[in-house]
Design a protein. Sequence first.
Length: 168
Amino acid sequence: MSLFHPCIGPALPPDANTSISGASRAVQSPLTLVMTIRSPEDFNILDERIKKIQSAPLEKNPIWVALDKLKIVHFARFVFLENNTKLAIITTYDGSFDDYLNEFIDEIGDVFNVLLQHMKDAPPLPVQRNRSAFRDYIKANDLGGIPPFYSAYPQATVLDIQASLSQT
């Protein structure tokens, strides 16, 4: 009997040849960064700045420009949580965490510098000169997930997908 539906039989054993076994080899990785905002005043400033950045034309939005240039991020979004006391940055990216983080620091480190000014326990700024502390902060505030990380296309990178859609 299934955990979620009483009419479905038992789950396959973990060693069965299923797409779940390939999930651990996925080229994509999730990041669920949840940071605590210092105060309601800081929330107001963050809200205004994020809305300003996100409402800019795509070619002038530093985040979109960086994501398009890097070609390693599948999805990215900002979410305010817990009555606007936390900010989540949720992404799915290709490659290693360290490569992803270093590319972000190089391309939009100044955006992180602006955001982190308003976070509790933020690392020393600027992030460009404090990479190790920034990495530790991100690792400490990444919620992770309960494995496995599902992907409908576990072996496809952003570049693979764009090429298959003829969008490169």
